[in-house]
Design a protein around this ligand. Structure first.
Ligand SMILES: Cc1cc2nc3c(=O)[nH]c(=O)nc-3n(C[C@H](O)[C@H](O)[C@H](O)COP(=O)(O)OP(=O)(O)OC[C@H]3O[C@@H](n4cnc5c(N)ncnc54)[C@H](O)[C@@H]3O)c2cc1C
Length: 490
């Protein structure tokens, strides 16, 4: 559906002719969706004006920050927020940063490193928006997801500007709650499918201490960046263990002693994809290190605030690993490989390889909660992959799952991939069935399921019927049904 000339003109009057487009040859550059128009607002007032026009003409809209993912119904008005790209404030004393949607994580991190600070960067990569919630490699120290949002500026689906948390009462960004009843819970889901309707225009996010240098000494070329030298008081290692139980016990102790800057339960396949540059090399390295590891394992970064602090953390780590019969993977002790992993996992630039690996497409089920329970679930999901591997329908990555600690092990996440050839319909169908069964098992057997992939009608009854409440809230917020949810991730 093309917009009528009159309606198009109303939108054009808001943003100017150079910031709106309904050209069917240009719009597919965004997504394989037929959009009604793509509009690039410059600030919150313009976003508000566009949303009000969408309500007036009953047109559906969705915003994107970097547009890395998202699902958009046909005829949606797409708000591309790339012109809203300012870091508004870095508050060193109170440790928060205020950003607009198109500030990417790499930009913010570079500014923060200069100030001895860092923040939670989504594992999706530092090319994604710094503003929207996410989880990833740094969660052990930087927590994750909505835990990092403070005050937020939000244009509701009807076009009201809501200033959540302390911003609404004191014009300050330091807190996401109150005064009085907090709206924090309903704005905490800006990742499909639980996408909050409306548009986030600014957010304050929590900052954390960064013990490393103000600038990492990066050398090399993409995708093989490494470090000229390992920064003082930093170390990266990969340890494997004889059993899941021993690995898990070591993770727990590392969390309790708060010594790890990063704890990422990569499997051998992910280590291989992180340190290689093409599929052939990766396959070869994967086969080799699969023989070197003795079982499941994790990648860990230690970062000391002083030589003494570093020596202490290292000593504690060595004791914990040795008590659990862990073994260091020799390849990672090579400073060049150590540098690659430090680079990738602090700057969060590896995900695209970690995720896709040889195979072409993937399906993934992430679940969050108590790490030991999520691991138990993932072992079952890995077993269920074996017949598909045997039939040659999916890539053999050792059936491996991965996961990581959040807030020094207070929480944990576990995720499992299924990699397959997207051009093989039999493989696609088999992977779909595997995902459906394993999502259902996560809910039915009461492991806390991430809702990313589950249908909310299926998971809702196990979680206080939240799906019924969510729909009531959305109906109130969006009476004209102009701001649909984002749909599943892949
Ligand atoms: C290979 C791969 C790996 C990934 N790994 C991780 C991971 O480890 N951790 C993780 O947390 N996520 C991961 N993801 C998911 C990722 O967080 C999201 O894909 C998100 O798209 C990241 O980009 P973004 O934040 O710029 O949001 P976008 O891609 O721009 O948008 C994501 C969704 O949010 C909506 N949206 C965007 N901006 C706004 C706004 N300002 N107001 C309202 N709604 C908005 C969009 O409509 C869309 O539905 C991964 C995705 C891929 C493809």
């Amino acid at each position: 559906m093309a917009l009528s000339k009159e309606v198009y003109k109303e939108f054009e009057d808001v943003v100017g002719e150079e910031n709106i487009c309904d050209d069917p040859a240009i719009m597919p550059a965004y997504f394989a969706t037929e959009f009604a128009a793509v509009i690039l607002p410059k600030d919150t007032a313009k976003v508000q004006a566009i949303v009000k026009l969408c309500n007036k003409h009953k047109l559906k809209f969705r915003a994107i920050s970097t547009g890395w993912t998202g699902v958009f119904p046909k005829n949606t008005i797409l708000l591309d927020l790339r012109r809203m790209n300012r870091i508004i404030e870095i508050n060193e004393k109170n440790m928060y940063a205020v950003v607009e949607p198109y500030v990417i994580s790499a930009e913010l991190q570079a500014e923060l490193f200069k100030r001895g600070l860092n923040f939670c960067i989504k594992g999706a990569g530092s090319n994604c928006s710094a503003m929207l919630r996410g989880h990833g490699h740094l969660d052990q120290t930087t927590s994750a997801d909505d835990r990092n949002h403070l005050a937020i500026e939000w244009v509701t689906p009807e076009g009201e500007i809501v200033r959540l948390g302390s911003l609404g009462s004191s014009d300050e960004w330091f807190c996401g709650d109150g005064p009085g009843p907090s709206l924090r819970a309903i704005i905490s889901s800006a990742v499909p499918p639980g996408v909050t309707p409306g548009v986030f225009t600014k957010a304050a996010i929590k900052l954390y201490h960064w013990p490393g240098p103000s600038k990492l000494p990066v050398v090399g070329k993409s995708p093989r960046y490494t470090l000229r030298e390992i920064p003082a008081n930093m170390m990266a290692r990969y340890y494997s263990f004889p059993s899941v139980e021993k690995m898990w016990q070591a993770e727990l102790k590392i969390g309790e002693s708060e010594i790890a800057y990063e704890l990422m339960g990569f499997n051998a396949s992910m280590v291989a994809s992180n340190i290689t540059t093409c599929n052939e090399e990766e396959e070869e390295v994967f086969r080799r290190i699969s023989q070197e590891v003795q079982g499941p394992g994790f990648f860990v970064i230690i970062a000391g605030n002083s030589p003494e602090d570093f020596a202490y953390k290292k000593k504690v780590l060595e004791k914990i690993v040795s008590d659990a019969d862990g073994k260091s993977l020799k390849s990672v002790e090579d400073p060049e490989i150590e540098g690659i992993l430090l680079c990738q996992c602090v700057r969060i630039s590896a995900s695209i390889r970690e995720t896709f690996r040889a195979g072409g497409a993937f399906n993934s089920i992430p679940i969050m909660g108590q790490r030991d329970l999520t691991i138990k679930w993932a072992i079952g999901a890995g077993e269920a992959k074996k017949p598909l591997i045997k039939k040659g329908l999916i890539v053999d990555d050792g059936g491996a799952f991965f996961g990581w600690g959040v807030e020094q092990g207070h929480l944990g996440k576990t995720e499992i991939f299924c990699r397959f050839d997207p051009l093989n319909p039999e493989a696609k169908k088999a992977v779909e069935e595997w995902r459906k069964e394993q999502c259902a098992r996560a809910v039915n057997e009461r492991y806390f399921a991430d809702l990313l992939m589950a249908k909310i009608d299926e998971s809702g009854p196990s979680l206080s019927n939240y799906h019924l409440w969510w729909r009531k809230i959305v109906k109130e917020l969006d009476p004209n049904s102009v701001s649909p949810e984002g749909g599943p991730l892949v």
